[in-house]
Design a protein around this ligand. Structure first.
Ligand code: FPP
Length: 230
C-alpha cells in the first residue's frame, strides 16, 4: 500500500494524513473483496524496516492500527471475515498485542474473506523464524514442505496476485517465500487514490496472464506429446 506520503505531500499535508486516507482505501478494498468472494486479502501495513521512520510517524501508524482494531473488528466479524496478523507482534505494546489476539480469536471460525494484516513483517525474518520454529519442533532435516508449515502465511494458499501501488517496482521484503509464482502488478496510482476501478484493472490484468508454474506452455506440451515416440 505504497504512496501515502506522496499523496499527502501533493496536498501540502503532513505525511500522517496520507496514512489516514490510506485507511479509507483499505476499507474500500476489504469491502470489494468481501462482495466479490475473494477469499484472501493480505495487506502490507508496516514493514520491519518502517521502524526507521520518524518516531511520530511510527507512533501514528501503530495508533491507527490499534484504533482500527478497536472500532472495526465487530463489523468484520458480522460480515464473516476472519482476521489474521502476520509479523513479529512481540515489539508492539501489550494493549495492541491483546487487541490483535482478541480479533483473531473472535473471528477464527468465520468462513468468508480472510483479511491478513502484515505488521512489523519482513519476508527474510519470516523464513529465518520458520527455520527456528522447525528446529525447535525437532525437525533435523529441513525441506520446503517442513519449512512452509512454519511460515507466517501457512494458513493461506500462495497468493495469486500481488498489487503494489505508488510506482515502485520491487517486492520490498514482503512475503518473499510465498510470492515465487505470484503474478505481480505494479501501478503508479498512490494508495489513497486506489479505487474499485483500479482493483478491477489489476484483476483484468491478472486474468490475461498465462500461469505455468514452471511447466511449458500448452502449445509446447501438445507439440512434445506429438513428437515423443509412443
Ligand atoms: C507506505 O506509503 C504505507 C505505509 C508504510 C503504511 C500503510 C498504512 C495504511 C494504508 C493505513 C493503516 C492500515 C491498516 C491496516 C490499519 P509511504 O508512507 O511509504 O508513502 P510514500 O512512498 O509516498 O512516502
Amino acid at each position: 500500500m505504497d504512496g501515502n506520503g506522496r499523496w499527502a505531500k501533493e496536498r501540502y499535508l503532513p505525511r500522517v494524513l496520507g496514512h489516514r486516507s490510506g485507511l479509507k482505501a483499505v476499507r474500500k478494498s476489504v469491502e470489494f473483496c468481501h462482495q466479490n468472494n475473494i477469499q484472501f486479502l493480505t495487506l502490507f501495513a508496516f514493514s520491519s524496516e518502517n521502524w526507521r521512520r520518524p518516531i511520530e510517524e511510527v507512533s501514528f501508524l501503530l495508533a491507527l492500527f490499534q484504533k482500527s482494531l478497536e472500532e472495526e473488528v465487530a463489523k468484520l466479524d458480522k460480515n464473516n471475515v476472519r482476521f489474521k496478523m502476520i509479523g513479529d507482534r512481540s515489539k508492539f505494546s501489550t494493549k495492541l498485542q491483546d487487541l490483535i489476539q482478541e480479533a483473531e480469536r473472535l473471528t477464527q471460525d468465520n468462513t468468508g474473506l480472510t483479511l491478513t494484516v502484515a505488521a512489523n513483517y519482513g519476508g527474510r525474518w519470516d523464513i529465518v523464524n520458520a527455520a527456528k520454529q522447525a528446529a525447535l519442533s525437532g525437525h533435523v532435516e529441513l525441506s520446503e514442505d517442513v519449512l512452509s508449515q512454519y511460515l507466517q502465511l501457512q494458513f493461506a494458499p500462495e497468493p495469486d496476485l500481488l498489487i503494489r501501488t505508488g510506482g515502485e517496482v520491487r517486492i520490498s521484503n514482503f512475503v518473499i517465500w510465498d510470492l515465487v509464482y505470484t503474478e505481480l502488478y505494479f501501478t503508479d496510482v498512490l494508495w489513497p487514490d486506489f479505487e474499485i476501478k483500479h482493483f478491477y484493472e489489476a484483476l483484468s490484468h491478472y486474468s490475461g496472464r498465462d500461469r505455468r508454474f514452471g511447466r511449458a506452455g500448452v502449445d509446447q506440451e501438445v507439440l512434445s506429446e506429438n513428437t515423443v515416440d509412443p
